[in-house]
Design a protein around this ligand. Structure first.
Ligand code: PMP
Ligand code: GLN
Length: 375
């Protein structure tokens, strides 16, 4: 495999003129004032040369203020915040820093594709715990059973890509208890923290005993609809941040100078911005989810993220990979077969992931095209 599934499917969409509901990226850019702040920074010569290794102070302060404003979490912007090239680099640097060859990393599958690659790059072994439909709720007994004497850390993702599951406070508390009891670190990918439609996002770092053992990762891509800017961040104790920075400095060293100024401004947007983003996406979730259900898919409505998982068996289909390969020709739509997110591919064989972060008319066009499947 030469490219990621996302790049492969986006290229397929372009080649076939399909509506691309595969790779998750919005078709409408984020706030103009934030884009203007990036343009202004470039023209004013701010960030055009190497920014400081940990990130510009304005952004580290804005990240710390954001964690305090939304979750009551206190991080020292000077020692406990690190700016990265998207969450992707934050995850890579955290795993390279914290996982030694032979260490086991426990994570819920299906998982975002970079996790498996980064665990492998660190020389670790991944130990999957399978989430199952319809709710994709974590099996906490299975999680506990997956922890061995070789387990180094638990890698979490909530809201969860691809299933849209959002870990509940009591589930997080059970995971936290396990981490404390077995003295494990937790790396938690919270890039969809503001895309929650039911319940609430609870950072595991806010639970008792967790701040000192949690590396929290997030990014500007999803919350501000600028996935191309690749500005992410880590919050953790000074010791953990130092470890992650030690790996990060040999990955990109630094990145995105002018965008860092703009993201600092974005993080200070009023609560109404985040509420509007969420309400808009909730409407799109319902539009696509309702439409897919009308077409006969079994839809598992997500509580978070901008992805919907649907099962294709009611359509008489048995294999998501084959289904997605044929979908551009049959219907002019691109989706992602969820099997690629599983080690245990059988568990996800009939699941397909669609993104709904597109304009309503695009979602409607996709649904019209998909009605061709009904013949
Ligand atoms: N984690 C998850 C779960 C994601 O869906 C994404 C989206 N690409 C990332 C990390 C990477 O984020 P970024 O674009 O900020 O690198
Ligand atoms: N996070 C996006 C998704 O899951 C895409 C990220 C990527 O292309 N690497 O679709």
């Amino acid at each position: 495999m030469g490219t990621t599934i996302f790049a492969e499917m986006s290229a397929l969409a372009v080649r076939t003129g399909s509506v691309n509901l595969g790779q998750g990226f919005p078709d409408t850019d984020g706030p103009r004032q934030v884009a203007q702040a990036a343009a202004d920074a470039i023209m004013a010569g701010r960030g055009n040369q190497y920014p400081p290794g940990p990130g510009i102070p304005e952004l580290r302060e804005a990240v710390a203020a954001h964690q305090r404003r939304f979750y009551g979490l206190d991080y020292d912007p000077d020692t406990e915040v690190l700016v990265t090239a998207g969450a992707t680099e934050a995850i890579a640097a955290a795993l390279l820093a914290l996982v030694e060859p032979g260490d086991e990393v426990v994570a819920f599958e299906p998982y975002y594709d970079s996790y498996a690659a980064c665990i492998a790059m660190a020389g670790g072994a991944r130990v999957p715990v399978t989430l199952r439909p319809p709710g994709f709720r974590p099996d906490l007994a299975a999680l506990r059973a997956a922890v061995t004497g070789r387990t180094r850390l638990i890698l979490l993702n909530s809201p969860h890509n691809p299933t849209g599951m959002v870990l509940r406070r009591e589930e997080l508390a059970a995971i936290a208890d396990l981490a404390v009891e077995r003295d494990l670190l937790v790396v938690t990918d919270e890039v969809y923290e503001h895309l929650v439609y039911a319940g609430e996002h609870v950072p595991i770092a806010s639970l008792p005993g967790m701040r000192e053992r949690t590396v929290t990762v997030s990014s500007a891509g999803k919350a501000f609809s600028f996935t191309g800017w690749k500005i992410g961040w880590v919050t953790a104790t000074a010791e953990l941040v130092t470890a992650v920075r030690t790996a990060k400095q040999f990955l990109t060293y630094v990145s995105g100078g002018p965008f860092q100024y703009a993201v600092a401004e974005a993080l200070r947007l009023p609560g109404s911005y985040f509420a509007d983003l969420r309400d808009d996406l909730r409407g799109k979730r319902d539009l696509l989810g309702g439409g897919l259900a009308d077409l006969g898919f079994e839809v598992y409505p997500p509580d978070g993220t901008y992805f919907i998982t649907a099962d294709i068996r009611p359509l008489g289909e048995a294999d998501g990979i084959e289904f997605c390969r044929e979908l551009p020709r049959r219907a002019g739509v691109v989706a992602i077969p969820s099997a690629v997110f599983y080690d245990n591919a059988e568990a996800g064989r009939t699941q397909v992931r669609f993104t709904f972060c597109k304009r309503p008319e695009v979602l409607k066009e996709a649904l019209t095209r998909l009605s061709a499947l009904r013949r």
